[in-house]
Design a protein around this ligand. Structure first.
Ligand SMILES: [Zn+2]
Length: 430
């Protein structure tokens, strides 16, 4: 046990060693009592053991249990800190007490009290759970204490790291929940001291893309407890404060540069995307233009081909008509179908002597007659035969029309007029 009651006052084990004569008195003193259960205790100090008080008989005692369960590193940290907290207490007119029960069923390692502020300082090792840390913090706050933590870490950090990658919960808790985002840490193996301070500024959701100087948001450095001090926010050392301020400044500058760089990249990307969009649009328009061009070319080619075909057809027809005219001039005949490569030739008498086999029911207008007569002028046997058939079955109305045409032809001295007259005679019209 770290303390006992001696002559009605609290006596700490480390105080005993300060004076040899006093140590002799305390070693023999039969009236030392436990500050919790009131049972008799004695002072013990050997080569292997740190000085402490021990119950004379086995007692059921909360304070005894608490001291017995403390780890070596815990005891070491408490003993080492005592000297420095005494110095700080004297400097700021605080009262220092150790192992005080200010919240139920829990001994607080150190309490620093002044008129204006009280600090409750716990030594935390891996036994602490989130629930315990939260509970204790809230209870301390309710009772008007500022809560500070000394944390035992397996491998204490000496260089900046990322709070997100810190796997050890008590450190994370101190970094996030303490007033100045500070963790005071002792290395479990080497027993060196470090201070960690979380820089809460420049927190970005894109932290994984950030350079290390921004990604590592927790400042860490080795400290000497000789420099340790306390202000209204908690633990600090003058050198750690300077280094931390410089750390923050560097990060701030890096953040400005990084965001500037990100903006540039974003702007560049936007420009590239716009250019790409323009290029794609141009390609699309060009493709469309080519498609239209090809379509127009194809249509033009088709039109040219069609025109050439029509011209060729017209030529063929014209040649045929000329051929018919020539044959008619030479023979006076009308042309029928081609048989064995030769045109059949019928005289007008042959056409007019044939008794028509077809009945033409269509009623002929003036246009129909003129059309027939025009085609007949091409000396076609079929056309002449159809006209003759119509004449054989002509109505009185049609007859009048035909006669009118016939008179017009006569006046115009057309070559066809004799042929028409011949057919009309044979059909019995005139
Ligand atoms: Zn006791």
């Amino acid at each position: 046990m770290e303390k006992c009651i001696y002559n009605g006052k609290t006596l700490y084990a480390y105080e005993v060693l300060q004076n040899f004569e006093f140590e002799k008195v305390i070693r023999k003193c039969p009236t030392l009592i436990c500050c919790d259960c009131g049972a008799s205790v004695f002072f013990r100090h050997g080569k292997q053991r740190t000085e402490c008080f021990v119950h004379k008989h086995k007692e059921e005692c909360r304070y005894g249990d608490y001291c017995r369960k403390q780890s070596e590193i815990f005891k070491h940290a408490q003993r080492e800190l005592t000297v420095h907290l005494q110095r700080i207490a004297e400097q700021h007119n605080y009262q220092l007490e150790e192992d005080v029960m200010i919240i139920p069923a829990h001994y607080t390692a150190f309490v620093l009290r002044s008129v204006s502020v009280s600090y409750a300082i716990d030594i935390i090792d891996s036994a602490a759970t989130t629930a315990t840390l939260e509970k204790h913090k809230n209870m301390y706050l309710q009772k008007g204490y500022q809560y500070l933590q000394i944390t035992v870490d397996k491998n204490a950090e000496h260089e900046s790291f990322s709070e997100r990658t810190m796997a050890y919960l008590p450190v994370k808790f101190a970094l996030n929940e303490s007033l100045n985002h500070t963790a005071l840490v002792i290395d479990k193996e080497y027993r060196t001291w470090s201070i960690y301070i979380l820089d809460k500024t420049n927190i970005s959701t894109e932290y994984e893309l950030m350079p290390y100087v921004l990604y590592n948001d927790t400042f860490a450095m080795s400290i000497s407890l000789d420099d340790l001090n306390i202000n209204n926010l908690g633990f600090y050392t003058a050198s750690s404060n300077d280094a931390y301020n410089s750390f923050c400044q560097t990060r701030k500058q890096a953040y400005v540069e990084w965001t500037h760089e990100q903006e540039k990249i974003l702007k560049q990307t936007q420009i590239e995307m716009e250019n790409e969009h323009k290029r794609a649009e141009q390609q699309r328009l060009e493709k469309e233009r080519i498609t239209v061009e090809i379509r127009v070319q194809r249509q033009q080619a088709e039109a040219t081909k069609k025109k050439a075909e029509e011209e060729a057809k017209e030529q063929r027809q014209l040649k045929e008509i000329q051929k018919f005219a020539q044959i008619h001039t030479e023979t006076g005949g009308y042309i029928g179908a081609k048989v064995k490569g030769e045109y059949q030739i019928f005289t007008l008498e042959e056409i007019a002597s044939e008794f028509p086999k077809t009945c033409i029911s269509k009623k002929y207008s003036i246009t129909d007659f003129k059309e027939r007569i025009k085609k007949m002028q091409e000396y076609r046997y079929t056309e002449t035969k159809i006209l003759f058939t119509k004449m054989c079955y002509i109505s009185s109305e049609e007859k009048e029309i035909l006669l009118e045409i016939y008179n017009e032809l006569k006046e115009s001295h057309s070559d066809i007029v004799n042929d028409i007259e011949y057919l009309m005679k044979n059909a019995g019209i005139v």
